[in-house]
Design a protein. Structure first.
Length: 302
């Protein structure tokens, strides 16, 4: 009897857990659609921005803009500071999503330290902030207020001080560790170099060469290319950070939906096993009770 009561309690507990995970799966699916829409909406602007820079920039103009200059290494007298922006989520229950991002950030920080840089961590999201605080590595900046609906203003607040430090010559580079949203099931961690803007680097979305002019466009520029590039380059850096934020937000919902679906399926399998076990135990109990009744009746006859 005690065994069947324990099985009943276990079945009720698993049923309640399955309801929760199923609800979280549905919520993540709903949020994923909106987040994926933001990713898709951000890509045309990024493509147009990268294409405009590729058309305007010439090798002669590269040296005029601090955001394009490649500083020398610390061993050759260059700035020794480097910044890594780590983007994680504020909540868990997303499988290994945050753990993979943190692992990638630690590996990148280790590589930069081996190269002679003093690395500053700029952590976005409670999971990344709490991990490094627990590891006694206090981030230079901790942002937990962005959430899963980042805006261009959030990106500007993150990267504007770093752009000023880079233009002043006190910062050597800025890397962003984020989750690259390929699909709801494929969200691998990635490292994106946002500063310096690497001349000749292919843009991931457009396939064009940022910093190398392609076919000469028949443009009438007013003001000139210098003034236009001076405005476009900071926008390009901000847009890179914004894309990293929205892709990580979409990836978080995809990872959470996958994790909650797996948990729901596992709960269903566990319920099937517990139900079969309960039915067998109940059947054995009923058989024993019948045997006791029959035995008692036979004893009274005799």
């Amino acid at each position: 009897m005690a065994k069947t009561r324990a099985l009943k309690r276990r079945i009720r507990s698993v049923e309640n857990t399955r309801k929760i995970t199923r609800t979280m799966e549905l919520v993540a699916t709903s949020k994923l659609k909106r987040a994926q829409g933001r990713v898709v909406a951000a890509r045309p602007y990024a493509q147009a921005l990268a294409a405009a820079i590729a058309d305007l920039l010439t090798p002669e103009l590269v040296e005029r803009y601090p955001l394009l200059r490649q500083p020398p290494s610390p061993a050759k007298g260059g700035p020794a500071r480097a910044a890594v922006i780590l983007i994680t989520s504020n909540r868990g229950l997303a499988g290994a999503f945050n753990a993979n991002l943190i692992r990638t950030a630690r590996r990148r920080m280790g590589e930069l330290e081996e190269a002679g840089y003093a690395v500053e961590l700029y952590a976005v999201g409670k999971k990344g902030v709490r991990f490094f605080q627990f590891a006694k590595q206090e981030p230079a900046l901790a942002r937990t207020d962005i959430g899963d609906r980042p805006t261009a203003q959030h990106a500007l607040e993150l990267v504007e001080p770093l752009m000023k430090a880079y233009e002043a010559g006190t910062l050597a580079l800025v890397d962003v560790v984020y989750a690259h949203f390929k699909s709801a099931l494929s969200t691998p961690p990635a490292v994106l170099r946002v500063l310096p803007i690497e001349a000749g680097r292919s843009d991931a979305q457009t396939g064009r060469q940022v910093g190398q002019a392609g076919a000469v466009a028949n443009y009438i520029l007013k003001p000139g290319a210098d003034e236009i590039l001076g405005a476009l380059l900071p926008l390009y850096v901000k847009n890179q950070v914004y894309r990293a934020l929205v892709e990580t937000a979409a990836s978080e919902q995809g990872a959470r939906r996958t994790a909650m679906k797996s948990a729901t399926d596992n709960a269903g399998e566990m319920l099937d096993l517990l139900t079969r076990t309960f039915n067998r135990a109940r059947q054995a109990q009923i058989t024993q009770e019948i045997a006791e009744i029959v035995g008692g009746a036979e004893a009274q006859r005799s």
